[in-house]
Design a protein around this ligand. Structure first.
Ligand SMILES: Cc1ncc(C[n+]2csc(CCOP(=O)(O)OP(=O)(O)O)c2C)c(N)n1
Ligand SMILES: [Mg+2]
Length: 342
C-alpha cells in the first residue's frame, strides 16, 4: 500500500498544446533554479555563504509548473527548501544570493538567510523553517482574499513530511469547510530528512488525505513541468470559481542530500540513479527539441542568459556590505525588502 512510486523517463504531456513563449519561460525558470542552487552550493564551499542550504535540485518542475499557473497578485508560502519556489514566483536571484551571503542588500537585509526570505510585493509570503508552518499562513491569506472579495488565490508548498503535522490537518479542515481559495501543493520527494515515506505514512498517495476534508486530491508527475502546470491551473480555476481548495501531490525526488553535507546513508545508489534518469530539466529539453517546440540554439541562448544573471547575482552579493550592527533591531516586525505589508 505504501510502496514508493517507480520512476519512468517518459513525459506524457504535450508541449505542442502550449504557446512557445510559455514553454521557453518554463524552461528558463527551471534552469535558473537548478543553476542558482549549484552556484549557492559552490559559493557556500568557497566561503561566501554561511549557514545551511537545503537545495531543491531535482524538484524544479514542481516549483515552476505550480507558480506558472498563478497570477502576479496570488500568494505562495514556502518551506526550508524554498529557493525554487521564490525564483518561480519571480524572486530576484541577486537579492536571494545576497541574503544567503548575509549581506545588507539581501531580501531580509542579510539577517534572515535561506529560511526567512520573503517578498510581499511578489506575493511571496516567505520561506519557513517550521515544517508545515506555511500551510496555515496560506490558508489565512486565502481567508483574507475571500473576506475581501478579491479574485486571488494562495498556494502553500510543503513536503511529504509536513502532511503528518497537525498544522496541515487543521488548515485543511477549515479550508474545506469554508471553501477557501487555497491550493495545498505537496512536493512528495519520498523522504522527510532520512525517513522514507513508507516509515512515516500508512498511505503511498498523500493526495488521498484531501478526501477527509471534502476537496479533491490529485496526483501529478512532479518531474513533468507541464503536468504540474495543468494540474495547478485546474486547481486555480476551481478556487477562483468559489469551489474551494485542491490538494496536489507532485511526485518527485531530491537529487542532493536533505542539507548540503548530508551523508545520505538512508538511500541506495540504484534508487538515486533511477530518478536521475528522469531529471525534469533534460527530459523537458529533449521533449521541446523532439516536438520542434524550440531549437537547440534557442535553448542554449537561455542557458547562457541564466549563467550571466547568476554571475551578476554572485558579484552583487560579494560586493555588498554586511548589515550595520546599528540596524539589528530594524525590520524585525512586518516589513520586507520592498517595504510593504501584504
Ligand atoms: C515542526 C518541525 N519539526 C521538525 C523539524 C526538523 N525538520 C526540518 S526539515 C524536516 C523534514 C521535512 O520533510 P518534508 O516535509 O518531506 O520536506 P523535504 O525536506 O523533503 O523537502 C524536519 C523533520 C522542523 N524544522 N520543524
Ligand atoms: Mg520530503
Amino acid at each position: 500500500m505504501n510502496t514508493p512510486s517507480q520512476p519512468t523517463n517518459q513525459l506524457t504531456t504535450q508541449p505542442t498544446n502550449h504557446p512557445k513563449d510559455h514553454l521557453l519561460t518554463l524552461y528558463c525558470r527551471m534552469v535558473l533554479i537548478r543553476e542558482f542552487e549549484l552556484r549557492a552550493i559552490n559559493e557556500r564551499r568557497a566561503g561566501l555563504i554561511p549557514g545551511f542550504i537545503h537545495s531543491c535540485v531535482g524538484q524544479e518542475a514542481t516549483a515552476v509548473g505550480a507558480c506558472a499557473a498563478l497570477n502576479a497578485d496570488d500568494a505562495i508560502t514556502s518551506t526550508h527548501r524554498g529557493h525554487g519556489h521564490l525564483i518561480a514566483k519571480g524572486g530576484d536571484p541577486k537579492y536571494m544570493m545576497a541574503e544567503l551571503a548575509a549581506r545588507s542588500t539581501g531580501y531580509c537585509g542579510g539577517k534572515g538567510g535561506s529560511l526567512h526570505m520573503a517578498d510581499f510585493d511578489l506575493g511571496i509570503l516567505g520561506a519557513n523553517g517550521i515544517v508545515a508552518g506555511g500551510i496555515p499562513m496560506a490558508t489565512g491569506a486565502a481567508l483574507a482574499f475571500q473576506m475581501r472579495g478579491e479574485d486571488r488565490v494562495a498556494l502553500a508548498f510543503f513536503g511529504d513530511g509536513a502532511v503528518n503535522e497537525g498544522a496541515f490537518h487543521e488548515a485543511a479542515n477549515l479550508a474545506g469547510l469554508w471553501k477557501l481559495p487555497v491550493i495545498f501543493f505537496c512536493e512528495n520527494n519520498l523522504y522527510g530528512e532520512g525517513t522514507p515515506q513508507s516509515k512515516q505514512s500508512p498511505v503511498a498517495d498523500l493526495a488521498m488525505r484531501a478526501e477527509g476534508y471534502a476537496f479533491p486530491g490529485v496526483i501529478a508527475d512532479g518531474n513533468d513541468v507541464l503536468a504540474v502546470y495543468e494540474a495547478t491551473q485546474a486547481a486555480v480555476n476551481r478556487a477562483r470559481a468559489g469551489n474551494g481548495p485542491t490538494f496536489i501531490e507532485g511526485k518527485t525526488y531530491r537529487f542532493r542530500g536533505h542539507y548540503e553535507g548530508d551523508p545520505m546513508a538512508y538511500r541506495s545508489k540504484e534508487e538515486m540513479e533511477a530518478w536521475r534518469q528522469r531529471d525534469p530539466i533534460p527530459a523537458f529539453r529533449r521533449r521541446l527539441i523532439a516536438d520542434a517546440a524550440a531549437s537547440e540554439g534557442e535553448l542554449r541562448a537561455i542557458e547562457d542568459e541564466v549563467q550571466a544573471a547568476l554571475d551578476e547575482a554572485v558579484q552583487f552579493a560579494a560586493g555588498s556590505p554586511a548589515p550595520d550592527p546599528e540596524s539589528a533591531l530594524e525590520g524585525v516586525y512586518g516589513e520586507t525588502h520592498g517595504g510593504s505589508v501584504f
